[in-house]
Structures are given as C-alpha cells and as structure tokens.
Design a protein around this ligand. Structure first.
Ligand SMILES: *[C@@H]1O[C@H](CO)[C@@H](O)[C@H](O)[C@H]1NC(C)=O
Ligand SMILES: *[C@@H]1O[C@H](CO)[C@@H](O)[C@H](O)[C@H]1NC(C)=O
Ligand SMILES: *[C@@H]1O[C@H](CO)[C@@H](O)[C@H](O)[C@H]1NC(C)=O
Length: 221
C-alpha cells in the first residue's frame, strides 16, 4: 500500500527536477497535440454521424410543412360605434392539411390570431388546442372578437372599401406546434402564418365572398 503510493507520486524535488534543466518538455507538447488531434477527430466523427443520422431521418420521414387555407369568412357582428370604434366578431374557418405519413402535430394552447385592416387590429382570438394525426385534414374554427378604436380617417377608408366591394384584411396567426414522430413528441416550433385576403363585404348575412388569398409563413425553431 505504502509502496504503491510512493511509485505513483514521486517526491516533490524529483518531480520538479527536470523542469529546471529543460525549459520545455518535448513529450508534454506532443501529448498536447495528440490530445487536440484526438478532439478534432472525435468532433469530426460526431458531426459526420449526426449528419448521416439526420439525413436518414429526413429520407425516412420526408417532413412536409402543413398547408393552410382560409375556407370561410363569416361576420357574427360588426358595429361602428359613435366614438369611431368598431365592435366586431368574426368566425374564420381554416383548413389545416397534414400531408405527412409519419409525422403528426400538436397545436398548443398559447396561440394568437388577429385580423388587421391596413395594419390596424380589428379583433383577436386564438386557435383551439388540438392534436392532428398523420395524413389528416382538420377544419379549425377561429373566433375573433374585439372593440377597437379606429378613428374617423381609417373608418372612412373602410367604408369606401366596403362600398367598392373590396376589403383587404390580414389574418395573422401565431401557433406553437409540437412535431410528433411515431407518437413521440419531438420539439416545439413557432409557426407564424399571414393570410392576406380580400373579401367583398362585411355583412352578417353569411354571404361574404373571399376574392383572393395570399399566404406567407415563417417557422421559428
Ligand atoms: C383528423 O383529426 C381530427 C383531430 O384529431 C379528427 O377529429 C378527425 O376525425 C380526423 N379526420 C380524419 C379524416 O381522419
Ligand atoms: C354589402 O352588404 C350590404 C348589406 O347586406 C349591402 O347593402 C351592400 O350592397 C353590399 N355591398 C356590396 C358591394 O355587395
Ligand atoms: C405578418 O404580418 C405582420 C404585420 O404586417 C408582419 O409584421 C409579419 O412580419 C408578417 N409575418 C410573415 C411571416 O409574413
């Protein structure tokens, strides 16, 4: 026991002795280079295998971004108040299409949706939280309501647009979506979807036509 210890830890004067005579030990420099080489090799192989693994996963699961279409735009109420504010409630039906064969999505509850007219928010709401399985089409109904100050200038523009039968609106949605592979929830991404649409009127008679739609989205990892 005592002898072992002596072998492992040389007396201090013996350990320090070579340093006084040789300014830089050659073997310790070599060791350092070897160590760095080894680290780089490990790092290289790590990146190599992660890349291969990611590629195999990608090829196997062929991830596809879901498609969204605004199918229906209904006005439940739309009142211009005497103080130039608007009290409105809309019902927007969005078709969400998941084309993936092995990937599902969980729509989280912390989503936000709003409808803007010329960069001014008309009303707001949120998406229902739900789970969308593979190869599935779900109609998402979004209720948006609110009472917002509009001001006489903007109100005049809106009235003119309604009279012309062309009202440009922006439906902006932010939704946290968890990607599910083979029933395993992987990670959550934030999907921002903007749908610029032009409707022909804002009446409550359930006969609003969507004249055009344009979609932009951004996925934040
Ligand atoms: C799609 O998923 C929703 C929500 O899980 C479900 O209610 C619906 O029945 C599914 N539709 C089809 C066609 O499988
Ligand atoms: C919009 O709806 C109102 C009320 O139903 C109607 O009087 C008006 O003619 C409609 N405007 C257009 C451009 O269709
Ligand atoms: C959506 O529209 C808002 C408001 O105009 C803008 O700030 C945002 O960058 C747009 N997002 C996308 C993904 O186009």
């Amino acid at each position: 026991m005592l002898q072992d210890n002596q072998n492992l830890v040389p007396p201090p004067q013996r350990r320090n002795l070579p340093r006084y005579h040789q300014p830089q030990s050659k073997s310790s420099g070599n060791c350092c280079i070897k160590c760095i080489c080894c680290c780089y090799c490990c790092l290289f192989f790590f990146i190599f295998f992660v890349t291969i693994f990611a590629y195999i996963l990608y090829a196997l699961y062929k991830p596809q971004v879901p498609n969204y279409y605004v199918k229906k735009f209904e006005v439940t109420s739309f009142d211009v108040l005497s103080d130039f504010s608007i009290n409105a409630e809309f019902l927007v039906t969005v078709e969400a299409e998941n084309r993936n064969e092995r990937i599902g999505f969980i729509y989280g509850k912390d989503s936000a949706a709003s409808i803007l007219y010329r960069d001014k928010t008309l009303c707001a709401g949120k998406l229902p939280a739900f789970e969308q399985p593979e190869k599935n089409v779900t109609m998402i109904k979004v209720v948006l309501k609110g009472k917002r100050e509009f001001g006489p200038g903007l109100l005049e523009k809106l009235t003119a647009d309604i009279k012309a039968g062309k009202v440009p609106l922006l439906v902006a949605v932010k939704a946290p979506i968890t990607i599910v592979i083979e029933k395993w929830p992987l990670r959550q991404v934030l999907v921002k979807l903007n749908c610029s649409l032009v409707v022909d009127n804002l009446t409550t008679d359930n006969k609003i036509k969507i004249l055009s739609t344009k979609y932009d989205y951004q996925i934040m990892f």
